[in-house]
Design a protein around this ligand. Structure first.
Ligand SMILES: Cc1cc2nc3c(=O)[nH]c(=O)nc-3n(C[C@H](O)[C@H](O)[C@H](O)COP(=O)(O)O)c2cc1C
Ligand code: SF4
Ligand code: SF4
Length: 262
């Protein structure tokens, strides 16, 4: 059986959820391995053995997240001649989200053979204009995403998959509507993570779960270390809603992640 190695980054679980679902559909033809890019030391071994690679990531301001960019640059030399599938997740808009990483992969000599973008639940819980609604709305979005994944898997298995987001128009829309501004402000945004020390009870949950070890406990208070990659995991996890990132007030409702796969 052919081998597929899937590398993903997922702040709040959406990307992991739809990637696992997709791999399950592909498992009739591929022996699939799923690896988190923040803990994938020795990834070149998996890349060398695999017949096809998959990269999955959430979109931030029409740009791929820092851990995924770092990973692709770090392992770029192993991508030459490799066939690649891209999975991008978003709340509702990115323009060319999948291609934003795809073009970098192609510069390293990888061949993007399939790309899909999935609308998923919102995780920007401290932005009041995008309120998080757990429950029915999330279930509906996930059902639509699974349907899209079913079709995508069928096309991959038949060797007739599309490359969503790769048109010139999508490129222009993604760049001029968001990415251009995102690149300029990304470094500043990383410094915006705030812990309200009056609310923090020092439980350590955020520090334990941060994918890049950006939070540590000092005098029983969570303290950022300047490495935030904007994933929103801790904002949605803190039992005291003590952490904010883009917003100024704590989330009204935290995003609890996708429901278990049916
Ligand atoms: C910092 C940040 C920026 C985001 N920017 C966008 C965006 O430009 N367009 C969009 O549709 N969704 C955006 N989202 C929503 C996420 O892409 C979406 O919820 C994604 O599925 C989260 O995946 P994850 O749970 O695997 O982290 C953003 C989320 C974050 C945390
Ligand atoms: S999860 Fe919240 S309460 Fe717990 S240490 Fe982190 S910021 Fe403090
Ligand atoms: S500090 Fe929070 S938002 Fe930043 S990378 Fe860690 S878990 Fe994600």
């Amino acid at each position: 059986m052919k081998k597929l190695a899937a590398f993903y980054f997922s702040g709040t679980g959406n990307t992991r959820y739809i990637t696992e679902y997709l791999l399950n559909k592909l498992s009739a033809s591929y022996e699939c391995t799923l690896l988190d890019v923040t803990a994938a030391e020795g990834a070149e071994r998996w890349m060398g053995q695999a017949d096809i690679l998959l990269f999955a990531f959430p979109i931030y301001g029409s740009a791929p997240p820092i851990p995924m960019r770092t990973f692709v640059h770090g392992y770029g030399q192993f991508l030459r001649g490799k066939k690649i599938i891209l999975v991008e997740t978003q709340y509702f808009f990115s323009g060319d989200g999948a291609a934003a990483l795809g073009r970098t992969i192609e510069k390293f000599g990888g061949e993007v053979v399939a790309a899909e973008m999935f609308d998923m639940p919102n995780n920007l819980s401290d932005i009041t204009i995008f309120p998080v609604k757990n429950g029915g709305e999330i279930a509906k979005k996930l059902a639509q995403a699974r349907k899209r994944a079913d079709k995508f898997a069928q096309r991959i298995l038949k060797g007739r998959a599309h490359r969503r987001g790769f048109s010139v128009l999508s490129h222009g829309v993604g760049y001029f509507s968001q990415r251009k501004f995102w690149w300029k402000g990304e470094a500043e945004k990383r410094g915006r993570l705030k812990v309200d020390s009056a609310s923090c009870v020092g439980c350590g949950l955020c520090a334990k779960n941060c994918p890049v070890q950006n939070l540590s406990l000092k005098e029983k208070k969570a303290t950022p270390q300047g490495r935030c990659v904007l994933c929103y995991r801790c904002v949605n996890l803190c039992p005291k809603k003590a952490i904010t990132l883009f917003g100024k007030v704590p989330p009204k409702t935290q995003y609890k992640g996708p429901a278990p796969r049916p």
